[in-house]
Design a protein. Sequence first.
Length: 479
Amino acid sequence: MLSRRGATTGWRAALVCMHARYLSSQDTIYALSSAEGRSGVAVVRISGPMADQCLLQMTSKQLPPPRTATRRDITHPSTKELLDTAIAIRFPGPKSFTGEDSVELYLHGSRPVISGVLQALGTLPTYRAAEAGEFTERAFENQKMDLMQVEGLADLLHAETEAQRSQALAQMSGTIGQVYDAWRHTIMRCLAHSEALIDFGEDEDDVTDEAYEAVIQTVRDLKTSIERHLQDGRRGEILRHGVHVAILGSPNAGKSTLLNLLAQRDAAIVSPIAGTTRDVVQVPLNLAGYPVVLHDTAGIRDTTDVIEREGVHRALRCNDESQLKLVVVDVQDGAVDPALISLIDPSTIVVLNKIDATPPSTALLDAVAHAPVVCAVSCATGDGVDEFLMTLQQRVRGVFGTDRNDNNASSNVIITRERHRQHLQASVAHLGAFLAHPYQAELAAEDLRHAVTCMGRIVGRVDVEDILDVLFADFCIGK
């Protein structure tokens, strides 16, 4: 338990932090918002209460109309040296990205021009260079974006495939947040009825009968909807990080050759010496618009070599952690190691390699007959590779498929982060606790309050300061 002095110190620290944050928000900030280096056009963004004043000081002309591209000579505010001839656009708040008065300068993208303008901005009082993600942070604080839209923007900036871009844009649109916010408001309405039971239950029979039974049914239906929403195979999270595909097989089966073939480069060392690959080699790949991470692993066999044995352990761990696996078999062996057969499951594609040397034997085909998909290829000649690639693409797309046909609003909403999932699971737990004792009014109301808080944390309706610090730090300086 805190002493009175300790509690006072805590409040003072909190007030100091809040005051510092307020003063920081009053600064006018600037940064290069386009990529660093030489380019055709470079964009410098300025945001804050003195944004318009900055434009006046660096152009010596009256302000241009809002949201109108206007040609301006950009000069140093002190020396009046010409720095560039640029396009300037004003965005008066609150109709701007940050919700504040903002200015964007579209400069010629040479390094001396960019550095000259940024240095000139630094000479102005009350102006400072923006921190990483600070423009987006101000947009969040000014309620131009909710927390999920901020996360969607972060995902868009890091997107490397078409599917990642589409998912990020869907989250930025606010549709996903609207579903969670609607769930939150549903729980809040139920909480209001539950609290009415506490206040008026002894005097008003209708509160405890039909109306409250409807509340219980609403909570039950909502709990079912969230549980169904959670049964998504983690598609959104996998899409953000990539589908992990393990390449497994006996030594010298052609695993590294297959990896190089898929990567279209020499990503792994290929050698006729069995056991060349010891550690897991990871290669990111854009496959049919989806992010894929290939894992070339050590050949699976019994060995007394300590290092190779560790490689086999890592290969088996990779097998457990991957969404798909390619079990590569050398058809020249005529048989399949039982250890490999045990790895075949519904997520497996068996790849019969080196068919240019000999066709697969009947015994070998029988040994892998229980595999969901079997492809015969020659990594050396390319025979069968096109068919194999089509199969792999289909299986990758299948990871993100869904067989749900319900009309629930959440059916097209995908959970994109583990943070969202944890809060949804916690909300379900609290709704379940409510349903376990709905007529114990005080306890039931408390369960609903916790559920509201959990849903609010997803979209940033309650305190999420620790999340924001990590999230904004992951943005580039000018965003």
